[in-house]
Design a protein around this ligand. Structure first.
Ligand code: UN1
Length: 511
């Protein structure tokens, strides 16, 4: 029997849910108040996963202190040695992949295949960043003066505050913590309140991998208690946050007052453009996967299809038939296509957008919470499609974060590019076309951080930069080498071995 089955059986037998603790300075400890909150399975609210410490500012303060104390030792550890611990952590995640994936599906709801992908993304970034321990390239350049050396190196900033969302509860914390740690920063990690179990399991493995006490600290609890304390702490040098735009803006304002570095990964309103020459079956596959995978709860989810009128009918027909056939249910059942939304509040929010959408487009599929049979115990919502949406309609503009797709008809490629860019977000976009010239125009003109050609809007790999333009973020990137920029300061170093004073820009000029 897996751990998960044992836990679920215990829960069903009425045993109290297990208690989990904070991880500070290498010890598992209770929060100062002893107050707890529960994490429940979104596919079945009766299944309580555990009780977690409702951390406070005091707990966050202790975690920051521990991270501060650990910083000098970790910073002084050679980067390749730090990288070895990341490798061990990646290997541990690989060994525990199935257990982590099942725990994720139970706590967050995404179907198992996707949960395995989420864990894999964590493994991938751990290995990528482990390698950075032996790279972390700077520049060595010729000096303009004789007998002088010029180079740049990266150095860690200090304590990194890592505040993560529930939709990728393993991958995103790894995206942030791996580059932070390999570059020599120490970490205070606050996982989303909907997925504290995933965060805890991750930190358990990090401790096992051998990160020294205090390098990684976990504080569960609410955003206004723990998150704000981390953001406000003068001893936290850099914040990395993924989540709602409104929260991101608040964090940026507060951190800005302290000139604290902040990396924000916020909303998206990702569009797929389908042109008249597209392979419509392929486009249908790509759109379905991007719109209804993870129940639409990806920052990269496709929520707009911008289609040339000439092929709107046949595309819509395909989408509707395929979306109608999607099976809803617990993601632990391998035959299920679409899991639940994260919680009842999300169902309400999505339902609100559907009401709004009724006045803007034509509802062609779904539109309601799914409550038949066992689904009544969870937060399920039917895959929903609106046709005839105009680019500036609210359902065509606002991030819904649920299984709601808007079809926006346009006349031609120019109109498609205009509509695609007519949003305040800019995370990912895709185009389906067989014309290479058209594909290159889209690659050049889409105002997004990620562009796909003949694929959906999801599926970024960990070794290229991930992030968006405009209000999707504030210019930083996760993943790839670009992630290192968030967690390091550049130091440019000049060594003069001429034995006399040489003045740059002056002594090597004739006048
Ligand atoms: C997110 O939704 O915040 O490209 C991350 C993707 C995934 C990551 C999504 N690799 O959809």
């Amino acid at each position: 029997m897996t751990d998960l089955e044992t836990e679920r059986r215990a829960a069903a037998a009425g045993e109290p849910p297990p208690d989990f603790r904070l991880f500070i300075a290498g010890e598992w400890v209770d929060g100062v108040t002893g107050a707890t909150f529960e994490s429940v399975n979104p596919a079945d609210q009766r299944d309580v996963i555990g009780r977690f410490q409702a951390g406070t500012a005091a707990d966050a303060g202790m975690a920051v202190k521990a991270a501060e104390m650990a910083f000098p030792g970790w910073r002084a550890t050679p980067a390749p040695k730090r990288g070895e611990i990341l490798y061990r952590f990646g290997e541990l995640m690989a060994r525990h992949k199935e257990r982590l994936a099942r725990a994720m599906t139970r706590e967050m709801g995404k179907v198992l295949a996707e949960a395995r992908g989420d864990v894999q993304e964590g493994i991938d970034i751990a290995f990528l960043m482990a390698g950075e321990g032996r790279r972390m390239f700077g520049d060595t350049v010729p000096s303009e003066l004789p007998d002088k050396w010029a180079m740049s190196i990266r150095q860690p900033i200090g304590v990194a505050g890592i505040i993560t969302p529930w939709n990728f509860p393993i991958a995103i914390p790894c995206w942030k913590m791996m580059p932070a740690l390999v570059t020599g920063n120490t970490v205070v990690f606050k996982p989303a309140s909907d997925t504290p179990h995933c965060g805890t399991l991750l930190v358990e493995l990090m401790a096992e991998a051998g990160f020294p006490p205090g390098t990684v600290n976990l504080v569960t609890g609410g955003g206004t208690e723990v998150g704000d304390a981390i953001v406000e702490s003068p001893d936290v040098a850099v914040i990395s946050f993924t989540g709602h735009s409104s929260t991101g803006k608040r964090i940026a304002e507060r951190a800005g007052r302290r000139l604290k570095r902040v990396s924000l990964e916020l909303g998206g309103k990702n569009g797929v453009v389908v042109l008249r020459d597209a392979d419509l079956d392929l486009a249908t596959d790509g759109i379905l996967w991007s719109a209804f995978g993870t129940t639409g709860q990806r920052c990269t989810a496709c929520s707009r299809v911008i289609v040339e009128r000439a092929v709107m009918g046949p595309l819509l027909e395909r989408l509707e038939a395929r979306a109608r056939a999607l099976r809803l249910g617990s993601g632990l059942d391998e035959t299920v296509d679409v899991g639940p939304l994260i919680n009842p509040g999300a169902v309400e929010k999505v339902a609100g957008y559907v009401e709004l959408g009724r006045g803007e487009g034509e509802l062609v599929l779904g539109g309601a919470a799914a409550t038949h049979g066992d689904l009544a115990h969870g937060s399920f919502f039917e895959p929903t499609i609106f046709a005839g949406v105009k680019p500036m309609d609210r359902i065509g503009q606002e991030e819904i974060f649920g299984p709601v797709l808007s079809i926006i008809p346009v006349d031609d490629l120019d109109a498609a590019i205009t509509a695609l860019n007519q949003t305040r977000y800019g995370l990912s976009a895709s185009i389906f076309t067989r014309d290479v010239n058209t594909a290159f125009r889209a690659m050049r003109d889409f105002e997004t951080g990620i562009v796909y050609v003949n694929a959906g809007t999801t599926g970024a790999e960990t070794h290229l930069p991930f992030g968006g333009w405009k209000e999707t973020g504030n210019g930083h990137r996760e993943a790839g080498h670009a992630a290192l920029d968030t967690y390091t300061e550049w130091k440019s170093i000049y060594v003069d071995f001429s034995g006399h004073l040489q003045r740059a820009q002056i002594d090597n000029q004739d006048t």
